[in-house]
Design a binder for this molecule. Structure first.
Ligand SMILES: [Zn+2]
Length: 218
């Protein structure tokens, strides 16, 4: 078991946008994806021995992914420059996750990308008042800054994830060549999905059969 190499994953991501990608059915959410949009963003790059799936490889799929998570105002579509910024943030979050799990110094560029997203726009709700609701929180932000806002929301979550109580539960999937990260929602959890767990168990059973066959032939 080892950390999936981020550069390898990024290469896989680029290949996924070309013709070298073998089709793969998207995996179900990894443990913790539902708690942290930053983790879920990191896991949009799914590489396993079955192939690579990049859930946000192009502006259309990135728009759909963000809309499903209510991170993008309805009716707004991401253009290619904004989709690229989202991919850059994903690369940065993946590098930071790998660093915190491997207890290694994070790349300066990854910190810079997250910090740029954090300071680009205010993320705090505004205080608003109207006759119906009185004082209330308002998450209004200018539509022309929608991308900056959603990147900031994900970056804020990344900081919470990487420095908060969940950081100690972060892990890379233990299945060989799986690129996903997860939260160990219970101590024994090692795989990002049933599919990865089954694959490892099948490989172990195969190895055991091989060993017992070898013993009989001696
Ligand atoms: Zn996995």
């Amino acid at each position: 078991m080892g950390l999936f190499d981020v550069r390898e994953a990024n290469k896989a991501s680029r290949e996924a946008q070309g013709f070298t990608m073998r089709p793969m059915t998207a995996l179900p959410p990894a443990p913790g994806d539902d708690l942290h949009p930053a983790l879920e963003l990191a896991n949009t790059l799914q590489t396993t021995p079955a192939g690579t799936a990049d859930l946000i490889a192009n502006p259309e799929s990135a728009t759909a992914w963000l809309s499903q998570r209510e991170l993008l105002t309805e009716g707004i579509s991401l253009g290619r420059p904004c989709a690229t910024r989202l991919l850059d943030l994903r690369d940065a979050v993946r590098a930071l996750l790998a660093g915190v799990i491997g207890q290694q110094q994070p790349p300066e560029t990854a910190l810079a990308v997250v910090n740029a997203a954090l300071i680009a726009v205010p993320t705090a709700d505004l205080l608003a008042w109207d006759t119906g609701r009185g004082l209330h929180r308002s998450a209004r932000h200018p539509l022309d800054r929608a991308t900056a806002h959603l990147l900031a929301v994900i970056a804020v979550d990344a900081v919470d994830l990487l420095t908060g109580p969940d950081a100690a539960k972060l892990a890379a999937c233990g299945a060989p060549r799986c690129s996903r990260f997860l939260l160990r929602t219970h101590a024994a959890r090692q795989w990002c999905s049933v599919r990865c767990g089954d694959r490892v168990r099948a490989a172990r059973a195969y190895a055991r059969r091989g060993m017992s066959t070898g013993a009989r032939t001696l």
